[in-house]
Ligand binder design. Structure first.
Ligand code: UPG
Ligand code: MN
Length: 740
């Protein structure tokens, strides 16, 4: 038995990738030789620009290689946990939703149902739903779902169901002849009840005009999305039905107060749950991320409570995987390779970044403390007036926070969450955070629309580590953005938010220089936060290539020297292909992802970068555009043949991409017609520039088709006009610089 006690609850297993490392180094050497070659050549502006871009690409390669270099995965031992720990710790579950149209309530309900049915003692769980949409339908849906949960949760536990989100379950599992009669009967009953539930919700949303704002719903009658008081409702109070608590929260919003999007919502959830249940750990999921592995809680807890390595783990991150992804990932938004190689790589350093969803947080770390403060018992911190300054004026909340600091278990002693409603309303009001540390030094940080990354960085800066948790089956699955536009908007948001982080005081550079972020971990965060900046160099390079063709100059070495960039291109391509093949993906899958890397890094990332610059200069603010989630009942998903086709609309997100395409096409046409301008420097445009240009056109092929298609598959005329105008200005610019 004593022996048992010494066994760790989780272990880190290092992955060896010797062959890939060799290729990584080879690519690096080639990049260096290209740079050396440039240094030895006479100075011209295009050469200098090429040199700058290639230096940046080399830097990107170094930080990428650094990130991938020592990958690790964690193996967790839930059985040991159950033997060791007499009582499992409590966990508060947070779900955020913001818009009943973009995020249909039925999706949120399924996520909530899957959380309520977790394989974990129900009295240890409390589920909090934050509704930034202040939608009566979301609330109505949750009420109905809580009634259904009384049957659904026992059913899942009795038959050990794996997928506990009903819409996923009923689309995957049918009852077969092998099943017992009892199961079949119950299955049918459940399906019937679920169908009923989803019809009810569909009906109310469809007939929204005739909704009766009575009784429970009366508080919603005069609310506007951005102007309403706090509404907090205890839907299940966890004392009787053997189900976790379920609490609905719509924080106060007023037009003249910033609400800070998701970060603001998360901070309210943290405070309200602090009052009501104050669990030492909290799980946060987006409204579409349903539990796919009901035992996930045990796995994550193994890491967080491990007596040796777990103590300084601030958060445990599970990958964001997606259900019903379109075949071969046409929009490159399933992120499989990124998770495997980049996040897996970070897991071998100070830990993965916080990805916003599917994350288990240590409340203590979210409150802004350092990992060792708990042992040193930093008593100075306990003075009430200081705490009120940091945490805000609710004495009850400050008391709960003190308990977190002292590491005491805060037991609500069978107190129903309903007893705390008044205080909970107070801590979710707009004014509550005024003058406190919320969003600045602690909690979810404000200022970037990728709030997750700085929030994670803020903890790692204090010396916390993080860990990945990747049990089989996958912990959570969500709804991948359905089409090109949704993907582009999401990518733009990330690029913009990450750029703001890079230039803010929460930047990984600052964290490494002045905080406790380890050097290599800091570099890996640079890879992440440089997406926006990287696009500047990629767009410049694309422009440079076209410039060379149009003006008949060259940036690539001639003769034997041409082999350097050529070899680089071929080896790099083979290398990425091999990475995908290793994970069992098809050629098509690889190419789709490759193409999307080029498309997004030369278009929306660039727009995101520009909007970040405007924000940093104080000219305009960035807004969080919520990603649209497909409703499972809408049947809107396209038939298979068209699911992967690129669709466009008038969104400015497409202007940069279309411009790049038009510029490359113009350059190639000029070359083919032989009407290039004459440059007298004597080095003529060669095969290198042409290949780059053709490669770009191939990547942008779906856009090229879009130029000639109509309807939603065609690029809007207004986009084409704007892009053509930009392309003309560019060609004109080439002419004047060439002649002068
Ligand atoms: O004002 C807001 C805006 C958003 N959300 C919620 O935030 C979550 C994430 O929004 P979503 O549009 O689904 O973003 P994704 O594109 O999926 O977001 C990824 O990137 C975001 C940062 O850019 C993170 O916040 C997310 O957790 C992460 O999944 C959703 O549950 C929303 O309901 C709010 O609660 N309030
Ligand atoms: Mn999401």
């Amino acid at each position: 038995m004593a022996n048992q006690e010494n066994l760790p609850l989780y272990e880190k297993i290092w992955i060896k990738r010797t062959f890939q490392r060799a290729i990584d180094i080879l690519i690096l050497l080639l990049l260096f030789s290209l740079l050396c070659y440039r240094i030895n050549v006479t100075f011209t502006i295009p050469w200098f620009l090429a040199f700058s871009c290639e230096s940046w690409f080399t830097y990107t390669w170094i930080i990428l290689l650094n990130t991938k270099w020592s990958p690790a995965v964690n193996k967790t031992y839930p059985n040991r946990l159950l033997q060791r720990v007499h009582e499992l710790p409590r966990v508060d579950l947070f779900v955020t939703t913001a818009d009943p149209v973009l995020e249909p309530p039925i999706i949120t309900l399924n996520t909530v149902l899957s959380l309520l049915a977790l394989d974990y003692p129900a009295n240890k769980l409390a589920c909090y739903v934050s509704d930034d949409g202040c939608s009566v339908f979301t609330f109505y849906g949750l009420l109905e779902a809580s009634k259904f949960a009384k049957f659904w949760v026992p059913f899942c536990k009795k038959y050990n169901v794996q997928v506990r989100a009903p819409f996923r379950y009923f689309s995957q599992v049918t009852n077969s002849d092998d099943d017992s009669a009892e199961f079949k009967q119950e299955w049918l009953k459940m399906k019937d009840m679920y169908d009923n539930l989803s019809h009810k919700i569909e009906d109310v949303t469809r007939n929204s005009a005739s909704f009766q704002f009575e009784g429970e719903f009366a508080v919603f009658s005069n609310t506007e999305k951005r102007n309403h008081p706090s509404i907090i409702k205890v839907i299940l109070d966890g004392l009787s039905d053997g189900l976790p608590h379920l609490i609905y929260i719509s924080r106060e919003k007023r037009p003249k107060y910033e609400h800070n999007y998701k970060a603001g919502a998360m901070n309210v959830l943290t405070r309200v749950s602090g009052l009501m249940t104050n669990a030492p750990f909290m799980l946060n999921v987006d409204c579409d991320m349903v539990v796919n592995n009901p035992k996930i809680m045990q796995h994550a807890i193994c890491i967080l409570v491990d007596s040796k390595s777990g103590k300084d783990v601030a958060f445990v991150q599970c990958f964001q995987k997606f259900y019903d992804g379109i075949k071969d990932d046409p929009f490159g938004n399933q992120w499989v390779a990124a998770f495997e190689y980049m996040i897996g790589g970070m897991a071998g350093l100070q830990g993965p970044y916080y990805g916003g969803s599917n994350t288990f947080h240590r409340r203590y770390a979210i409150y802004g403390f350092y990992p060792n403060e708990i042992q040193h018992g930093n008593k100075a911190k306990l003075a009430e007036n200081i705490l009120i300054q940091q945490f805000g004026s609710s004495k009850k909340f400050v008391k709960s926070a003190t308990q977190v600091m002292e590491g005491n278990d805060y037991s609500t002693h069978g107190n129903s969450p309903s007893n705390f409603i008044e205080e909970a309303i107070k801590v979710s009001d707009c004014e509550y955070e005024y003058g406190t540390c919320w969003g600045k030094q602690m909690g979810w940080l404000y200022g970037s629309i990728s709030e997750d990354v700085p929030t994670g960085l803020n903890m790692q800066r204090k010396g916390w580590r993080s860990e990945c948790c990747t049990p089989e089956p996958t912990a959570f699955t969500g709804c991948a953005p359905g089409g090109l536009l949704t993907t582009m908007i999401q990518q733009k948001r990330w690029s913009s938010g990450l750029t703001v982080v890079f230039f803010s005081k929460h930047s990984p550079v600052m964290g490494t220089l002045f905080g406790k972020i380890q050097f290599r971990a800091g570099l890996s965060y640079c890879w992440l936060t440089n997406w926006g900046l990287r696009s500047v160099f990629e767009v410049s390079y694309a422009a440079l290539v076209a410039y060379c063709i149009i003006t008949n100059t060259s940036i690539f070495p001639e003769g034997a020297g041409l082999w350097i960039p050529l070899t680089l291109f071929v080896i790099y391509t083979m290398h990425t292909l091999q990475e995908y093949k290793l994970k069992g993906f098809s050629l098509r899958y690889w190419w789709n992802n490759q193409r999307m890397v080029t498309i997004r890094s030369t278009s929306v990332w660039f727009i995101g970068f520009l909007s970040a610059m405007l924000k940093l200069m104080g000219i305009s603010d960035t807004i969080f555009e919520v990603t649209q989630k497909e409703s499972p009942t809408s049947g809107a998903a396209e038939d298979d043949a068209n699911a992967g086709r690129f669709t466009f609309d008038e969104s400015p997100a497409f202007v940069v991409g279309t411009t790049i395409l038009l510029v490359q096409l113009t350059a190639l046409v000029i070359k083919i017609l032989g009407v290039q301008l004459e440059d007298h420097s004597g080095n003529e445009c060669g095969i290198g520039e042409l290949m780059c240009s053709v490669y770009l056109v191939i990547c942008y092929w779906p856009f090229l088709k879009g130029l000639f298609a109509r309807g939603k598959y065609g690029i809007a005329l207004s986009t084409i006009f704007k892009s053509a105008l930009f392309a003309l200005i560019f060609v004109h610019f080439c002419r004047i610089t060439c002649i002068s």
